[in-house]
Design a protein around this ligand. Sequence first.
Ligand code: NAG
Ligand code: NAG
Length: 309
Amino acid sequence: MRWRSPRPLLLFLSSFFVLSVGAATDDAGFRICAYNVQKFSATKAKDYRVRHTLTRIVSRCDITLLQEVMSPEAVRPLLASLNRYDEYEYQSVSSKSLGNSPKDMQQYVFIYRADRVNVTGQHQYQKKESFVREPFAVHFQSDKTAIKHFILVPLHTEPRQAVQEIDRLYDVFVEVSKKWNNTNVMFLGDFHASCAYMTRANRKNIRLFSKPGFSWLIGDKVDTTVSDMTSCAYDRIVVHGTPFLKAIKPFSAKVYNFAKEFKLTKAKALAISDHLPVEVRLKSSAPLLQATPLLILLSVSAIVFLSAL
Ligand SMILES: *[C@@H]1O[C@H](CO)[C@@H](O)[C@H](O)[C@H]1NC(C)=O
Ligand SMILES: *[C@@H]1O[C@H](CO)[C@@H](O)[C@H](O)[C@H]1NC(C)=O
């Protein structure tokens, strides 16, 4: 009888311990990011401060879409820096230079962790007079994520025709989902989907709003610009389908204000871009594996508990 009293206390303490450790082992999932690195040239990439900050930003993500890449010479030093910086092996896949003015040719570049995800296909959308920078779709495969096969479709719109270009993403969706027999498609990038370029009234002319199945994960109130003078949700992430939506960590889509996180002045942030990166996290695969430390802990506390009796 006299051993009875400590029991509830022990039980309470051990469950508290399990709960707190459980929270600490909750993994970050699989992060996908998109960043318009305003006129990202070789000269810009050679600037040590810019390269260092960019390395810190990109190294948080399993896949990063860079936009406004002006030259392959800009990506190489960034990749080298990333591969020196942390334990992952980073690789990249790029579109050709896209645009209709020789002075403003841009590439879409995906930088990804080769040990976390495979590139299993690429496709350049080519329909004439549809986009200034036609989306360059990439098919990814990863056994680390709850969704094993997915397609990323980037877009950096021409501001003056943003509404038409965003609407045409639906045509890209039809083409790539047929090509790869996969409707798990994510659209991401600087759509200029806000302020003067896309208003609420424009939505009825955009099939990514009027057709069923598309979820806009970055809301209208989000500010993806660095400047205090503007508050516009230019950069967006949209996913198609319930399977993809279910594979996303709830409320993980957000703007990443690195200036705040790294305690940089606005001027230093603006030296990289007038945009901020946006990101979303996918759930990891194998929930059983993640539960293992918890199970071990549970059994240990049960043994401690029993031996105390
Ligand atoms: C990438 O593909 C290889 C070969 O098919 C496979 O062994 C590996 O597990 C894949 N990596 C991931 C992260 O899914
Ligand atoms: C396409 O995918 C569906 C399910 O994802 C599958 O049942 C079907 O067999 C696939 N079709 C082809 C032609 O591969």
